[in-house]
Write a protein that binds this ligand. Structure first.
Ligand code: IPE
Length: 261
């Protein structure tokens, strides 16, 4: 069976602004859809309001500089842990055989990039039909002590190492638009984006958010070499979770596909 890596973006599982809040009703529908998919599935979830604000407050991504950050590491991890638990509870309710992984226990970075990931537990458990779930996280960093690694980076890294054919980024918009669809109703969806288009793109609005891992542009940059080596990357809206099954069936779904040329 084909291995698919699905990134559950922070924007789809949490209310991104304000205090941490899980979109439980929507996630319940997503979990139900996931239970019906006939693929080998590996899930990676983002942080949204459970991670970015605390990580920013304590400058976690920048690495260790003073002892006052240690409380921030602990608090970020505790908050992410509570989000993972909500996801796990919903998946179990729908009989998805999920196995939560702590990214910080099996991954090491160097200057913010993953360099050492223990793949064995993923491989063994995937092989018997379990569904590993990990998240963007605070992890150890050989250069800076600790860092934040995004779920996007993890999803693409695991896809390359585990030989997944497709990575799907589930978010709260239909894909990449020619301008911001949240502020411009005339924004047009870009259905196919080549690597050359991608290299030229800018995302001016994103520096205004609390997203410490780069938002949409981060997703795209992560995807470059996976796509150039033949992998497929799809950015789609999970607000209508039934689109996932449609997409996997080969039906027409509004989304952005990254293609080599
Ligand atoms: C960020 O993960 C992890 C933390 C801030 C702890 P992501 O970068 O994957 O999260 P989202 O999807 O943007 O919210």
């Amino acid at each position: 069976m084909e291995l698919i890596i699905l990134k559950l973006g922070g924007s789809i599982i949490t209310e991104k602004s304000g205090p941490p809040s899980f979109k439980d009703r929507l996630f319940d529908k997503i979990a139900k859809e996931l239970s019906n998919l006939e693929v080998n599935l590996l899930l990676v979830h983002g942080a949204g309001s459970y991670g970015h604000p605390i990580a920013k407050e304590y400058s976690i991504r920048q690495g260790y500089s003073n002892t006052s950050q240690l409380k921030g590491v602990t608090e970020t991890k505790r908050s992410m842990f509570s989000l993972t638990l909500k996801i796990v509870d919903s998946l179990i309710k729908h009989n998805v055989p999920v196995v939560p992984f702590l990214s910080s226990s099996c991954m090491v970075a160097k200057s913010g990039r993953l360099v050492d990931v223990d793949l064995a537990p993923f491989k063994i458990l995937l092989d018997i039909g379990l569904v590993p779930l990990c998240s963007g996280d605070v992890i150890a960093d050989q250069k800076t002590g600790f860092t934040i690694v995004s779920g996007d980076q993890i999803a693409i890294h695991l896809a390359k190492k585990l030989g997944a054919g497709r990575v799907i980024f589930g978010c709260d918009v239909n894909g990449i638009f020619d301008s911001d669809p949240k502020t411009n109703p005339a924004a047009k969806l870009i259905e196919r984006l080549t690597l050359d288009d991608l290299r030229d793109m800018t995302f001016p609005g994103e520096s205004l958010t609390t997203d410490v891992t780069g938002g949409m542009s981060g997703k795209l940059k992560e995807s470059l070499d996976f796509v150039s080596s033949g992998g497929e990357v799809i950015i789609m809206n999970l607000s209508e979770p039934q689109n996932l099954a449609k997409l996997l069936n080969g039906d027409e779904v509004q989304c952005t596909r990254l293609i080599p040329k």
